[in-house]
Design a protein around this ligand. Structure first.
Ligand code: G16
Length: 544
């Protein structure tokens, strides 16, 4: 089989965002678009000859085509072996585990996460490093620079690999091993959690519904929840990954999982509801009559992790992204462990995890995870919740209320304005940034005195790197915050994210409606940033 060198011309828009390159499928289908980006990745890596590359995706439309292209190009660029999930499937956390477990050089994760799929949907490519996590900015910047000048790519004149066939095949001189996507991951989960206790919980009549959203977690959830833990068949809904996610939007939030939320709010509903996204790294947790915000979930999981065998010795530290509420900070303080605030993007947790400075990480964007892999992990969060419920023998609602009673409650919401005109959005952010220095010390009401106002800049304590302009934060003396930033994962126009937080002490009122509790901050943010006025929108596209 012949290695071919194909001439190409660069595209100017291959700059990876918060999590790899995400675009409409129609963009990826342009001539050589995929090949250019893959070659830019390979050209930016040193020492790939003879190494192992892991490839997997969430099964969305175009995965099959891109995987075959990636295999041919990996062979032509000198990799010695590719490990790929059967039928091209690997959840993002499972891909991270496979990279680490088999000591691969790195991996390609093909997904646009929670964004819709199909010919008119989104697609994405992300490179993960040998430690299992998303490539740090130094690599993504190098890839972008390379993509702007690329003139040729290498591929192999070879037939498609049989992706349905578990076992070893060849592509040119390169070995291709097709693996079961679930086995290694399920075995890892078994080392972390008390499967016996969770199985007993199900056997005692505890009921659960898990929405796999026609996406990647279906096979994992069937195998772990129903087959190993004995949850009744039917516990997992929409458990077959479909290329267009059944025309759904695989984002586990209160908009796209509204039916599940409504069910959990009724007396007939199950005890526990959970969901995961397109590529299996996000999670949604709802107990009977209790939705748990991702920020609270991070704090609760950190406070209770010692109840699971994998964390029995205690956790060494917690990290959260800057816009995530400070609920976890209170847990870290009580435990006397390190707490880190990083920019949005799981890649920023990698160094802290590798250096052994944190055990649990989380983000307001429905992501939690630990040092077991280097990605956030939807099913991991669900299993840790189940483990905690099994040990404490309490409902989610009781666990949450007890937590607030001892730590206080951080009321928290995020308002998203999607597909906003990009110029309007960036001007709005620039104008707010320009006001910041004048805001400090101002009183907007009795409780709302500005303590600080800045644009978040992160200094990585492990490698010393700096990341600036990571979101505007306006903090008040009572612990309340307004945060505004532009999403780095949208594919059309700009998405403005407004994050609002207010702390209510341990002996305070914890039963207010969230939007009501945050009403004064919502009004103030409109006064300062003028999102509705400038975008002409009456309300956010999504409130979480
Ligand atoms: C990705 C990143 C997360 C980030 C989220 C939202 O998640 O991995 O770290 O919090 O996007 O980012 P943004 O606010 O910039 O849109 P996922 O699940 O989409 O891969």
């Amino acid at each position: 089989m012949m290695i071919q060198t194909i001439k190409t011309t660069p595209y100017s828009d291959q700059k990876p965002g918060t999590s790899g390159l995400r675009k409409r499928v129609t963009v990826f289908k342009q001539p050589h678009y995929i090949e250019n980006f893959l070659q830019a990745i390979f050209d930016s890596l040193d020492g790939i000859a003879g190494q192992t590359l892991v490839i997997g995706g969430d099964g969305r439309y175009y995965n099959d085509v891109v995987i075959q292209t990636a295999i041919r190009m990996a062979a032509a660029n000198g990799f010695g072996k590719v490990m790929v999930g059967q039928n091209g499937l690997l959840s993002t956390p499972a891909a991270s585990h496979v990279i680490r477990h088999y000591k691969a050089f790195g991996g390609l994760v093909l997904s646009a996460s929670h964004n819709p799929g199909g010919p008119d949907g989104d697609f994405g490519i992300k490179y993960n490093i040998g430690k299992g996590g998303p490539a740090p900015e130094a690599i993504t910047e190098a890839v972008y620079e390379r993509s702007k000048v690329i003139e040729r790519y290498k591929t192999l004149d070879a037939p498609d690999v049989a992706l349905h066939q578990i076992g070893t095949q060849m592509s040119g001189d390169m070995v291709v091993e097709v693996i079961d996507p679930v086995t290694d991951y399920a075995a890892l989960m078994e080392t972390l959690f008390d499967f016996e206790a969770i199985a007993k919980l199900f056997a005692s009549g505890f009921t659960m519904t898990f929405d796999a959203m026609n996406a990647i977690t279906g096979p994992y959830a069937h195998a772990i929840l129903e087959e190993r833990l004995g949850a009744p068949k039917g516990t997992v809904k929409d458990g077959t990954p479909l290329p267009d996610f059944g025309k759904g939007h695989p984002d586990p939030n209160l908009v796209y999982c509204k039916d599940m939320f409504d069910l959990l709010m009724t007396p007939e509903g199950p005890d526990f509801g959970a969901a995961s996204d397109g590529d299996g790294d996000r999670n949604l947790i709802i107990g009977k009559n209790r939705f748990v915000t991702p920020s609270d979930s991070l704090a609760l999981l950190a406070a209770n992790a010692h109840l699971a065998p994998g964390y029995r010795g205690g956790i060494v530290g917690i990290a959260r992204s800057m816009p995530t509420s400070a609920a976890a900070d209170r847990v870290a303080e009580k435990l006397g462990i390190e707490m880190h605030e990083t920019p949005t993007g799981w890649k920023f947790f990698g160094n802290l995890l590798d250096a052994g400075r944190v055990t649990i990480c989380g983000e307001e964007s429905a992501g939690t995870g630990s040092d077991h892999v280097r990605e956030k992990d939807g099913l991991w969060a669900v299993l840790l919740w189940l483990n905690i419920i099994a040990v404490r023998q309490q409902s989610v609602d009781q666990i949450v209320r007890e937590h607030w009673a001892s730590y206080g409650r951080n009321y928290y919401t995020r308002h998203d304005y999607e597909e906003v005109d990009a110029t309007i959005a960036s001007t709005l952010v620039d104008d707010l940034r320009a006001q910041l220095s004048g805001l400090v010390g101002q009183n907007f009401s009795e409780d709302l005195q500005v303590a600080y106002a800045d644009d978040f800049k992160y200094h990585d304590p492990v490698d010393g790197s700096t990341s600036a302009k990571q979101g505007i934060r306006i903090g008040f003396t009572d612990g309340s915050r307004i945060v505004l930033r532009l999403s780095g994962t949208g594919t059309v126009g700009a998405t403005l994210r407004l994050y609002l937080e207010r702390y209510e002490a341990a002996d305070g009122r914890h039963d207010l409606d969230t939007q009501v509790a945050l009403g004064p901050l919502i009004a103030l943010s409109e006064r300062l940033a003028g999102i509705k006025q400038r975008t002409g929108r009456d309300e956010p596209s999504v409130i979480t």
